[in-house]
Design a protein around this ligand. Structure first.
Ligand code: CMC
Length: 393
């Protein structure tokens, strides 16, 4: 049935051509459409980066204003969608809710499920980028039993998200420009990362012609795992479990032990064999946010910094080229901003939506695109004679 290469985990398989994101894992370089992630995080806001990923160039002032206007027009979700939430248990994980409600968008925006129409593909992209903060904030509100807050289109993308999350009808959220800027940076740092597991999932789902909302729901499901986007939640839990700096050597010993499944969460990456450039910006942002919030003594940050120091000097981590990744410091910032741990991966999904949909669009527009269909190495039984039920056992 034809020859193929056996490549578990796709460690050496290139699945597509792409013009969106470039990574040099050995050098620790990440470029979006040619621009360094450090420059984008320093000089752009998130909508500019969304425009860049979707359209291939940074917007000029008029394009930026127009794009922001389009996104604002789509921030509300269909009112009936709010009822979808009440079907979930109150203690449902917000990622479980996100998998469901994002997939459910397909049932509300039929026009945007027409993937053959380029205009509708762009509208679907705008709808997803605009509505995902609204849905993420609703997932949070549902978990704490507070009323949903409608989007406020006079605010920026990040300000509006923080408002919908932390505002209440009786005490509206007071915009803090430093926190909104930090939120923006966190979104930018997570916006895209070429053919990672969730992006490949989105592309694979889309390769069958599935609609964009269903594809993004598939990406969210994949992101949830602790080896991927779920790592930010797992890092914070790990730091809390470590509890004090003097327990770090024991944790490092466990991470190195071949007979122990424990891994240092927030360390290591399939592609980066150097410091993840996103982690460097995240580390600096972490210090800024704690400073702004007047948090002088955050034991988790002390543990994280000491853990990083010890791991980076350890032969095991040096030899295996294991460095902190984007998830290592993000949880500490998000916790300081007031997000519960269960929302961390939701924030990753929110930011990655633009990357996923840009990659989906690129794939649909690629003339060589085929349905994704890996092969397998069959290791089961060879042909056997059928045994009727009465004669088995
Ligand atoms: N702690 C201890 N040892 C590790 C770790 C770690 N975090 N990561 C990798 N190793 C070891 C691993 O045991 C293996 O050792 P050996 O060669 O002796 O068997 C070696 O390093 C290579 O690991 P691998 O699992 O073959 O590498 P991979 O490319 O398949 O996995 C990874 C990459 C990110 C899944 C892995 O490093 C990991 O599980 N890290 C912890 C979870 C994490 O932080 N994930 C977030 C990734 S970045 C953001 C995102 O993608 O969402």
């Amino acid at each position: 049935t034809g020859s193929f290469t056996y490549d578990p985990g796709f460690t050496s398989t290139g699945s597509c051509e792409s013009k969106i994101t470039f990574i040099d894992g050995d050098e620790g370089v990440l470029l979006h459409r040619g621009y360094a992630i450090q420059d984008l995080a320093e000089h752009c806001d998130f909508p500019e980066v969304c425009f860049l990923l979707l359209n291939g160039h940074l917007p000029d002032a008029a394009e930026k204003e127009n794009f922001e206007g389009i996104i604002r027009r789509h921030t509300m979700v269909h009112e009936q969608l709010t009822r979808f939430f009440s079907g979930f248990r109150r203690d449902a994980h917000p990622m479980a809710i996100m998998c469901g409600v994002v997939g459910a968008l397909s049932a509300f925006y039929h026009d945007s499920t027409n993937i053959d129409d380029p205009k509708q593909r762009m509208i679907a992209s705008h709808r997803l980028v605009a509505k995902i903060p609204t849905l993420a904030a609703m997932a949070y509100k549902y978990s704490v039993g507070q009323p949903f807050m409608y989007p406020r289109n006079d605010l920026s993308y990040s300000e509006n998200f923080l408002y919908m999350t932390f505002g209440t009808p009786c005490e509206p959220y007071k915009v803090n420009p430093i926190l909104s800027r930090a939120m923006d940076k966190i979104f930018i740092l997570h916006a895209d990362h070429e053919q990672n597991a969730s992006t490949s999932t989105v592309r694979l789902a889309g390769s069958s012609g599935a609609n964009p909302f269903a594809c993004i729901a598939a990406g969210i499901a994949c992101l949830w795992g602790p080896a991927h986007g779920g790592a930010n939640e797992a890092v914070l839990k790990m730091l809390e479990e470590i509890g004090s700096v003097d327990r770090i050597p024991e944790i490092v010993r466990r991470a190195k032990d071949k007979n122990d499944n424990f891994r240092l969460m927030g360390f290591g990456h399939r592609v980066y064999k150097n410091y993840d450039p996103r982690a460097q910006v995240m580390r600096a942002t972490c210090h800024e946010v704690l400073g702004e919030l007047g948090i002088k003594d955050e034991p988790l940050l002390d543990i994280a910094m000491e853990l990083e120091k010890i791991a980076l000097e350890d032969e095991y981590f040096i030899e295996k080229k294991l460095y902190p990744n984007v998830d290592f410091y993000s949880g500490i910032i998000l916790k300081a901003m007031g997000f519960p741990t269960s929302m961390f991966t939701v924030l990753f999904a929110l930011a990655r939506t633009v990357g996923w949909i840009s990659q989906w669009k690129e794939m649909i527009e690629d003339k060589d695109q085929k349905i994704g269909r890996p092969r397998q190495l069959y290791t089961g039984e060879t042909r056997r004679d059928f045994v009727p039920l009465a004669q088995r056992g």
